[in-house]
Design a protein around this ligand. Structure first.
Ligand code: COA
Length: 257
C-alpha cells in the first residue's frame, strides 16, 4: 500500500509509523485513518516486525484530534459510522494487536489523538506534551474509545475530571495519573521507544501476544480474564518459544526467539 500522510520506516525489528500532517497538527482525517489501518495491518502481518511505534510529525503535536473540519456538518447517522468504522479499523486493531504498539507522544495528544495513544499498549511522552479530551467543548463526547480506555487506565474519578472539564494536562501530571509510562526529552523520544520495544522483542513473541490477550480479556465484560489467563498460560507449554526459553535458561544462555 502507498502512504501519502504516513511516513514508515524500520529500525532493527521495530516499525515506526509517523502521522505526517504537521500543518494541521496531525489531525486524523479519513485518509490518515485508512492509511493507519493499512500500515498497521501490514506491520502486524510482517514477521520481521516485533513492535510498532506510532508518533506524529514535527515537535508540536502527536495528534490534535479527529479532523474537526471533516465532521463539522455530520448528522447522527454519519457520526455513528465515523465512530464504528474508526473503532473497528484502527482503535480496536491497535488494542487487540498481538505485537506491542507504543505511542511516542511528541506534543499535543488531544481528542482522537489521546484516544489513539490510549488504544496503544504503552505510552511515552515529551515534557511539553499536553494531553486531553476536549470533545465537550465541541458539544461532543469522545467517540474512539476514550470514555472506556481512559477510565480503565486512570480510574473513573480522574477520567471524568479530564472528560468533563476538557482541560489539558501536562506530561508530568499524565505520568502521575499513570496515563503515560515514561517522560523523556524530545531528543531521545524515539530512541527510548526503540529501547523499550527492543527489550520486548527479545522476549518470546508468542508469550507477549498471549499476555496482551489475557490482559485485554480482563477489560472485556464478555470474557472471564482469569479463565483466559489459564487457557493462554496452558497453551504456552506446547510452543517452540517455551522449549527455547527453558532450554536457554537451563543451559545458562540467552534465549533466541
Ligand atoms: N481538526 C482540524 N484541524 C485542526 C485540528 C483538528 N482537531 N487541530 C488543529 N487543527 C488545525 C488548525 O485549524 C490550524 O489550521 P490552519 O492553520 O489552516 O488554520 C492548524 O491545525 C494549526 O492549529 P492552531 O489552532 O492554529 O494551533 P495553535 O497552536 O493555536 O493551537 C491547539 C493548538 C491544539 C490548542 C488547537 O489547534 C486546538 O484546540 N485544536 C483542536 C483540538 C480538539 O478540539 N481536538 C478534538 C477534536 S474531536
Amino acid at each position: 500500500m502507498a502512504f501519502h500522510q504516513l511516513l514508515i520506516r524500520d529500525e532493527q525489528s521495530v516499525r515506526f509509523i509517523t502521522i505526517n500532517r504537521e500543518e494541521k497538527l496531525n489531525a486524523l482525517n479519513q485518509t490518515i485513518l485508512a492509511e493507519l489501518h493499512g500500515a498497521l495491518t501490514e506491520a502486524l502481518a510482517d514477521n520481521r516486525v516485533r513492535g510498532i511505534v506510532l508518533t506524529g510529525a514535527g515537535k508540536k503535536a502527536f495528534v490534535a484530534g479527529a479532523d474537526i473540519a471533516e465532521f463539522a456538518a455530520f448528522d447522527a447517522a454519519q457520526g455513528l459510522r465515523l465512530a464504528r468504522d474508526g473503532h473497528r479499523n484502527v482503535f480496536d486493531l491497535i488494542h487487540h494487536a498481538g505485537k506491542p504498539i507504543l505511542a511516542a507522544i511528541n506534543g499535543y495528544a488531544l481528542g482522537g489523538g489521546l484516544e489513539l495513544a490510549l488504544a496503544c499498549h504503552l505510552r511515552i511522552a515529551v515534557p511539553n506534551a499536553r494531553l486531553g479530551l476536549p470533545e465537550v467543548t465541541l458539544g461532543l463526547i469522545p467517540g474512539y474509545g476514550g470514555t472506556q480506555r481512559l477510565t480503565q487506565l486512570v480510574g473513573r474519578g480522574r477520567a471524568l475530571e479530564l472528560i468533563l472539564t476538557a482541560d489539558m494536562i501536562t506530561a508530568e501530571k499524565a505520568l502521575e495519573y499513570g496515563l503515560v509510562n515514561v517522560v523523556v526529552d524530545q531528543s531521545v523520544l524515539l530512541e527510548k521507544a526503540l529501547e523499550i520495544l527492543q527489550t520486548i522483542a527479545s522476549r518470546s513473541p508468542n508469550a507477549v501476544a498471549a499476555a496482551i490477550r489475557a490482559v485485554n480479556a480482563g477489560l472485556d465484560p464478555s470474557k472471564n480474564g482469569f479463565e483466559v489467563e489459564i487457557e493462554e498460560f496452558s497453551k504456552c507449554f506446547g510452543t517452540a518459544d517455551f522449549a527455547e526459553g527453558v532450554s536457554a535458561f537451563l543451559a545458562k544462555r540467552k534465549p533466541n526467539f
